[in-house]
Design a protein around this ligand. Structure first.
Ligand code: AHR
Length: 608
């Protein structure tokens, strides 16, 4: 086959074309990117109806005759009334003490030499004498500990200290025990690793994986998460602000778990800033997943919430909501330019009317903000006002995804641009993320590059999964308490990170033996190499035959351009069903080698 790249046929690519979609799904933030180790730190966890408060996953240390725990409403924090009451019953307590433990999110990663910041609130009938320890998962062996002794603890005391681990256990737990008969109360117990990214609370290993994608934008915080299954559980961003101790937390009913909201609205913007990615905020339009909808006449509070959210991000520190942001440590506005009212709500009875009300209110108050509709404008012209339309695609079959590479070829060229905010091969066929799915997705992305005159943004979904809560499969980055790896779909995305702000060169494939070969070419400047100009050609072979590919670069003038030395980056596998795993995290990963072709640019592209 021959690939002819036309040096003179150029299209400027969008500056933020490839980015990420961060959703609170699969414990992506809570028990994931957000580094807090204690789960249900305020004992507030509830079910979807706001009932049945549970202290899960806290448990007791000691037998029934030695210790009794219960909850009451004696907390110091007005929005988190529940506190834990611990009654030490034993006169002669065991040496290990009795009390409570918290296993974190399927274990706490405690590493020798590392520091952990502990904050907790405690109250007693008189004195408090307890041991706070990071202990091995099984048994009581301590990796770090601190004794808390307070003479007069009748009113709530905030206790803060740092623990240094002298041993490692990747799946440890927190224990709070006492050997002294009596009663004490606990509330808002937090253990944060001291070395989060820039001290902003993000787990370094996961953050680095995300940063390595050089995302141009971050769409957040959902997805279904934003809508809520029931309307009363749609995300109320205002409840996720301010001091963490006073955040009520909420039940994420879209994905079935409680979140303490340590990673809240402010933290999403901070994440965007830390990643150097444009924030794209999705919020509820008064329409839930299960179809409960707010009628337009009752929509005012929802619209006001969106406007307040815009003020939170953009207002100066003297505005009502800008001052809240400033008080949280960010006096300067965030760089919010895009908002998406609703998620996958187009076609639901109230969507059209509700969306139009949101659109007019936002346009009037913030004329520069770009507004994204949930209605797909790729197959027909939109009938709603919008700057951008959202397109989601989740074929269950890799071949189907591969064929989607032509999806935008015939889309309207005028009007709103496209945001492919969710794409992936989905379901059981791709295992936990295999090579075949990643190759098909790369073909789809090449199709987006080809259509970059109308496609503004694209992001894979979902980005993250805690392996203990795989509510959606597959995902790009897999982790547990201490490990993280990228699926082939993650590594596939690294091939596209140079495309943001690059220049697309038109190219043509001829004499390809099958339709399963695709290629694109871009010119891009590498900031890490003095902004030197590079030509990058991407090729995917989705078929079963090795293909000899000749590359010709047609430029003005008699001869074609010759590039005698270069490098090649390859990702693939003999077995298209290959996956990565904790045991084999690097089985499928790109590798690079120098390519000295003497100017005859011919390369063998192996199957898959
Ligand atoms: O990415 C997972 C889910 O898929 C999102 O929450 C939703 O928008 C879509 O249906």
């Amino acid at each position: 086959a021959t690939l002819t790249v036309d040096w003179n046929s150029r299209t400027k690519m969008p500056p933020n074309l490839f980015g990420i979609f961060f959703e609170e799904i699969n414990h992506a933030g809570t028990g994931g990117l957000w580094a807090e180790l204690v789960s249900n730190r305020g004992f507030e966890a509830k079910d979807s109806k706001g009932n049945n408060a549970t202290i899960d996953p806290w448990g007791t240390v000691g037998g029934q005759s030695d210790v009794k725990i219960s909850t009451d409403h004696s907390s110091l924090f007005p929005r988190n009334k529940i506190a834990l009451k611990v009654e030490v019953l034993c006169e002669r307590c065991p040496d290990t003490g009795v009390g409570v433990f918290n296993p974190g999110y399927w274990g706490m990663n405690i590493v020798k030499g590392k520091h952990y910041k502990v904050t907790l609130y405690v109250r007693g009938e008189e004195q408090v004498d307890m041991l706070v320890a990071l202990a091995e998962k099984e048994g009581f062996h301590q990796l770090a500990s601190h004794r808390v002794q307070i003479e007069n603890a009748k009113v709530w005391q905030k206790v803060e200290f740092t623990l240094k681990a002298h041993e490692t256990d990747h799946y440890a737990r927190l224990t709070i025990t006492s050997k002294k008969k009596g009663v004490f109360w606990l509330d808002q117990v937090s253990v944060m690793p001291a070395d989060t990214h820039l001290g902003h609370g993000f787990r370094n290993d996961i953050f680095n994986m995300i940063q390595d994608l050089s995302p141009g934008f971050i769409r957040f915080p959902g997805g279904n998460y934003v809508e809520g299954d029931q309307l009363n559980n749609c995300l109320d961003w205002k409840h996720t602000l301010g001091p963490w101790e006073n955040r009520p937390g909420h039940y994420n009913d879209a994905w079935g778990y409680w979140t303490d909201d340590g990673m809240g609205h402010f933290e999403y913007f901070q994440l965007a800033e830390d990643l150097g990615a444009l924030p794209i905020w999705v919020f509820s339009i008064g329409v839930s997943i299960s179809g409960l909808e707010v009628e337009p006449k009752f929509l005012y509070p929802y619209i006001q919430d969106a406007l307040d959210g815009l003020e939170f991000a953009l207002g100066d520190k003297h505005t009502t909501w800008g001052s809240v942001r400033a008080a949280m440590g960010h006096p300067e506005p965030f760089d919010l330019r895009y908002v998406a009212p609703g998620n996958e709500d187009c076609g639901k009875p109230q969507y059209d009317a509700n969306y139009r009300l949101f659109f007019s209110a936002i346009r009037e108050a913030y004329p520069d903000i770009q507004i994204i509709t949930n209605c797909d404008g790729s197959s027909q012209q939109l009938t709603l006002p919008a700057d951008i339309y959202d397109y989601h695609t989740y074929p269950q079959d890799a071949d189907e995804m591969f064929n989607e590479h032509t999806h935008f070829d015939k889309s309207p060229r005028k009007g709103a641009k496209a945001f492919v905010s969710e794409y992936a091969v989905w379901g059981n066929a791709p295992g936990k993320g295999n090579v075949k799915a990643a190759l098909a997705e790369s073909a789809f992305l090449m199709g987006l590059e080809k259509n970059c005159d109308i496609v503004e943004f694209a992001s894979y979904a979902p980005l993250l999964v805690n392996d203990h809560d795989r509510a959606w499969n597959p995902d790009a980055i897999v982790f547990d308490a201490s490990q993280v790896y990228g699926t082939p779909s993650y590594w596939m995305q690294t091939f596209f990170k140079a495309s943001n702000n690059a220049t697309y060169l038109k190219s043509t494939l001829s004499s390809a033996p099958s339709q399963q070969l695709l290629a694109t070419a871009i010119l891009w400047r590498d900031p890490s190499k003095n902004n030197e100009l590079f030509l990058r050609i991407k090729v995917v072979n989705f078929g079963r035959c090795t293909i000899k590919l000749k590359i010709i670069i047609n430029k003005v003038g008699p001869s074609s351009l010759r590039l005698p030395s270069s490098h090649v980056t390859v990702m693939g596998s003999d077995d298209p069903l290959d996956e990565n795993s904790f045991a084999s995290p690097n089985k499928v990963k790109p590798f690079e080698y120098p390519w000295n072709n003497g100017g005859d640019m011919e390369i063998k592209v192996y199957p898959h």
